[in-house]
Design a protein around this ligand. Structure first.
Ligand code: ADP
Ligand code: MG
Length: 251
């Protein structure tokens, strides 16, 4: 992908010709991606198409075999990059909430700011309470995760990711494990974050939501970004037969 000059803001995340293999299987092939500030990118595609692997590569949870990745213009796949510092600038939420069961909601959220970022307890707790209030979870600070619904736990996981003031949020099918009636409350949070200007990349099977919230949609097929465009382009007039077939099946 060539750099665009002019008024376009520098991308928060940029991937160029990223290749990822597991043994003999090529899981990502020549993946290019640019994520502009304050935008939402939706990764769609069948199970096994490489969405999670792409997100894991972006967060350096996986080493890539070829290509390069930049965060705010810094090449994070450079061997000299400080990987821990990079991960501190990226918030990640997975399908399963992964909250620490033996810690209260408040302690789950303040752990990383206090331990990793050196924020004092009082300040970390105040920030956490403000975020909890914003997400309608103010009354849950002292609860343990197993006392919360799945939707509430996932919202706490989002608060935890936000607590370190990340530059970029990566969401991997964050509603996939939820009962249908709980999906909406989590998607509402994502929409609110977009309105606040957060930059996000999300792998999702919620096509209606992707169409509604995404600025850019990438259709992955067998580890390749087969088609990309605005939500209107991908959902309204997909160019590739495989994209059309996928959308017919899933919508
Ligand atoms: P998606 O999230 O779109 O369902 P994934 O990124 O999880 O796709 O998987 C893409 C492909 O990579 C699949 O074929 C999967 O089996 C394979 N894969 C993912 N992780 C590993 C791993 N750790 N080891 C071997 N193969 C993997
Ligand atoms: Mg996945």
């Amino acid at each position: 992908m060539s750099d665009t000059s002019g008024p376009t803001a520098a991308p928060v995340l940029r991937m160029e010709s990223v290749r990822k293999t597991f043994g003999d299987s090529v899981v990502l092939r020549d993946v290019d991606l640019e994520v502009a500030p304050h935008t939402v990118t939706a990764l769609i595609g069948a199970s096994g198409s490489g969405k999670s692997t792409l997100l894991r590569c972006a967060n350096l949870l996986e080493d890539i075999d070829d290509g390069a990745i930049w965060l705010d213009g810094e090449e994070i796949t450079d061997p000299r990059a400080d990987q821990d510092a990079v991960r501190r600038r990226i918030g990640v939420v997975f399908q399963s909430y992964n909250l620490f069961p033996h810690m209260t909601v408040l302690d789950n959220i303040t752990l990383a700011p206090r331990r990793v970022h050196g924020v004092g307890r009082a300040e970390a707790e105040q920030q956490a309470r403000e975020l909890l209030d914003r997400l309608g979870l103010g009354a849950k600070a002292a609860e343990y995760p197993d006392r919360l619904s799945g939707g509430q736990q996932q919202r706490v996981a989002i608060v935890r990711a936000l607590a370190v003031r990340p530059r970029l949020l990566l969401f991997d099918e964050i509603t996939a494990a939820l009962d249908p009636e709980l999906v909406g409350e989590v998607l509402t949070v994502v929409r609110d974050l977009k309105d606040e200007g957060m930059t996000m990349v999300l792998a999702t099977h919620e096509m209606g939501f992707a169409r509604d919230v995404a600025d850019q949609v990438c259709f992955l097929d067998g580890g390749v970004v087969l088609e990309r465009g605005t939500a209107e382009e991908i959902f309204g007039s997909p160019q590739q037969e495989r994209t059309r077939r996928f959308l017919r099946r899933i919508v």
